[in-house]
Design a protein around this ligand. Structure first.
Ligand code: ADP
Ligand code: MG
Length: 730
């Protein structure tokens, strides 16, 4: 057998299950022990410093320098007490990973004595060299500095021996180079816009936060098998591999009992997550073999997103101990489901109301409908932008496949709510309402809670579904930073709520009573956003046709989709709300394209290399064996007819192998030529088009022949672990 595959399978047989011990019987005993959260601040900080942080968290205002010194000292004492030797600003550059640069607390005084110290200025701000992070033209190389600045709303935490401080990351000229900066801005505009709208219904509301509960899907592959697959190791997905005879047809993996080795891994990373205050709650098997999911209790969106980034890091690290590799790629294996990240999103007031949950009175329900309808309209208005935020070279394999929502952005509300909106649309007259009409409509709205209690229909095929008390955005890629789609959604909804306020105020100014004004505007919005609502099967061909006739866009191409980052609508939206400016959007557009192009380029190189250096030589070796065996037959069988009968099929196989290896060689050569052409292109828009439409299609074509060869060539000789091994070993 091929030595690499053979050794990998041998390693696999040696696996034992390490048993994980819990630090205590109760999770609550160790939950958050490695986080400098408010209770710990209270203990380690002066009253003044504690109040300073608290105020800054609540108001989003900067912390005074003097207080920063006190906070830093308290934070350091706590961290050193827990064994930390270093600190690091922890941020989300646009690479999609998190970044950190560690400095020790070490200081030397004038007499040469060493001591630990941490000044407020080091907590508040740092200047890492930003030149190697993606910036999309935002930063000239002569001004390579970037700034990181503390985000007090996300508490510091200890990983290993390092105190990590969540920060934003901006250029010298103040432009965002990260995900967090615009996310925080979008949450702020959403807060202000939503609170104003809430005040129509309740004067006491001062603040509205967005909550996010992410569901993270992932695959586990044994480390030895992973390392024997250069395509997995270098691109995160398999570029070849014939389908396993059995994969997910029997639906016997989803929610079934968790394999022991996997369960110990889950326990282990959950313990680490809990210590870091990440409220992981749910674990289960997913649809594809070796695919799993974890989900926490939802939290404020910025914190939730930090926690999602952090848990991905932890999951990677802990996997090492268990000799697993965790795959966050959206489509590691062809033919079985890929992985996504469902973003459960809702809005909550400081008075304890979930604005996306029907209330107890007609007034509260009118508020619920207001937010519901405004969200639907916001998604309708900016569906192209929302799509752009979730398209990537990985997610492209999922969207529109038979497992994930299509590239058409639509909203599912559930039958009853959908009918209710239709009724409201028809009921509310295009003139001043009579008292009777008003009463009737209020009665209708009062019925919502009753309606929703038995509204259990869930539509798994919708990219953006209302699920009773929140929206669930299901088209996000499993490797993505949630901030991408969340920035777009928050800003679109904030903008829409501001428009709503203007529209209602205009009617009120025209002497129409508040309730009626709200009704009138909502009715108009229902009509204007109706075409984005869809209750049927989002995976079906009919929907694709119908969406087309409704004028909804179905943009599968990345090159095309990304243009929404720099469309006039998007630039206006983000500039109007001060979330991102045109330069920043242009930079993000370039970065997205750069990332896409590089990923396809790497895939193409790896595929070419594997095809020429692994697959063809193996196939040729097997072919030679067959040829020798035919020659041997010829020696012992003199009769031509008998020889043809016995060797004929073997000769056909020899020819088939030749056909496939020839095709592979020709296609790889053509692909290399296309890459050369594409690489010379400077303009990023042209470049991605070439990579997407000229280079990328070769991958499927080449794979086709390789997968055919996999079925022909002696299993003993095949160099790469096969799908059945990757998907069923654990
Ligand atoms: P499923 O959608 O698979 O039934 P769950 O019911 O476990 O999944 O919920 C998925 C996620 O939704 C969890 O992270 C949960 O905390 C989150 N969630 C529940 N209610 C809300 C809400 N009001 N706002 C935001 N997220 C929520
Ligand atoms: Mg869900």
């Amino acid at each position: 057998m091929s030595i690499i595959r053979f050794n990998a399978l041998k390693e696999l047989n040696k696996r034992t299950v390490p048993e994980v011990e819990f630090p205590s019987n109760k999770i609550s005993d160790y939950f958050g022990t490695n986080v400098f959260d408010l209770p710990k601040m209270q203990k380690h900080l002066s009253k003044e410093a504690y109040n300073g942080v608290k105020q800054s968290i609540e108001s989003g205002r900067r912390i005074d320098r003097k207080i920063a010194d006190q906070i830093a000292a308290g934070m350091k004492d706590w961290a050193v007490g827990k064994g930390a030797t270093h600190y690091s600003h922890w941020f989300h550059p646009l690479t999609g990973n998190t970044a950190e640069k560690h400095d020790s607390f070490l200081n030397i005084d004038q007499t040469g004595n060493a001591f630990e110290a941490f000044a407020g200025e080091l907590l508040a701000q740092q200047e890492p060299d930003a030149s190697s992070f993606p910036h999309g033209g935002l930063r000239n190389t002569f001004e390579a500095r970037g700034y990181t600045a503390w985000d007090p709303s996300s508490p510091a935490f200890i990983v290993g021996k390092t105190l990590c401080i969540p920060t934003i990351f901006i250029s010298y000229t103040g432009e965002a180079l990260d995900f967090k900066t615009p996310l925080l801005k979008s949450l702020d505009v959403l807060d202000k816009a939503a609170a104003k709208v809430c005040n129509y219904f309740d004067k006491n509301v001062k603040k509205v936060i967005a909550n996010l509960g992410w569901e993270q899907e992932y695959f586990l592959v044994d480390e030895a098998l992973y390392l024997a697959r250069p395509d997995l190791a270098l691109t995160g997905r398999t570029l070849m591999g014939h389908a396993s005879a059995k994969d997910q047809q029997l639906s016997d993996h989803y929610f079934s009992s968790i394999p022991e080795r996997v369960l110990e891994y889950m326990k282990n990373f959950e313990i680490e997550a809990h210590k870091l205050g990440i409220p992981v709650k749910t674990r289960h098997n997913e649809v594809a073999p070796n695919q799993f999911e974890c989900a926490p209790i939802f939290e404020e969106a910025n914190l939730a997103n930090d926690h999602n980034q952090l848990i991905m890091e932890i999951m990677r690290k802990v996997a090492k101990k268990h000799k697993f590799k965790v795959l966050f790629h959206e489509k590691p294996f062809a033919g079985v489901n890929g992985s996504g990240k469902h973003n459960n999103w809702s809005l909550a007031t400081d008075t304890g109301i979930n604005l996306l949950k029907p209330g107890k009175s007609p007034k509260m329900n009118l508020q619920f409908l207001t937010f519901l309808i405004n969200v639907v309209k916001a998604v309708r208005n900016h569906s192209d932008l929302i799509r752009a935020t979730i398209i990537s070279s990985g997610n492209q394999h999922r969207l529109g496949g038979n497992e994930a929502p299509p590239a058409i952005i639509s909203v599912f509300l559930g039958n009853k709510l959908n009918n209710m909106l239709n009724e409201i649309e028809q009921r509310i007259p295009d003139k001043k309402m009579t008292p009777d009409e008003k009463t009737e409509i209020k009665l209708d709205i009062g019925k919502i809670p009753e309606i929703l209690i038995d509204n259990t229909d869930r539509n798994r095929t919708s990219p953006f579904a209302f699920t009773g008390n929140r929206f669930e955005f299901r088209a996000v890629g499993s490797s993505d930073n949630n901030a991408g789609p969340m920035i777009a959604l928050n800003t679109a909804v904030a903008d829409q709520l501001n428009q709503f306020k203007k529209d209602v105020d205009k009617l009120i100014f025209g002497k129409i009573k508040k309730d009626e004004a709200v009704f009138q505007v909502l009715r108009r919005y229902i009509t204007e956003s109706k075409d984005v609502r869809f209750e049927g099967n989002g995976y079906s061909e009919e929907w694709i046709k119908e969406a087309g006739s409704r004028g909804l866009s179905n943009i599968k191409s990345a090159a095309k989709a990304y243009k929404a980052y720099i469309s006039k609508e998007t630039i206006d939206l983000y500039e109007r709300n001060h979330v991102l400016n045109e330069r920043e959007l242009n930079s993000r557009y370039e970065i997205k394209i750069g990332e896409y192009v590089k990923k396809i380029q790497i895939e193409a190189r790896v595929l070419g290399d594997l095809a020429i250096n692994h697959i063809i030589p193996t196939a040729v070796k097997y072919q030679s064996m067959l040829i020798s065996s035919v020659k041997d037959l010829k020696v012992i069988i003199q009769d031509d007819e008998e020889f043809n009968e016995l060797a004929g099929r073997r000769i056909i196989t020899i020819k088939t192998i030749a056909k496939h290896t020839n095709s592979i060689k020709t296609l790889v050569d053509e692909m290399v030529e296309e890459r050369k052409i594409a690489n010379k292109i400077e303009d990023c828009t042209n470049k991605i088009e070439n990579y997407e439409f000229k280079v990328k299609p070769y991958s499927e074509k080449i794979r086709y022949h390789i997968d055919k060869l996999e079925l022909i060539v002696d299993d003993e000789m095949w160099p790469l672990p096969k799908y059945r091994e990757l998907l069923f070993s654990r």
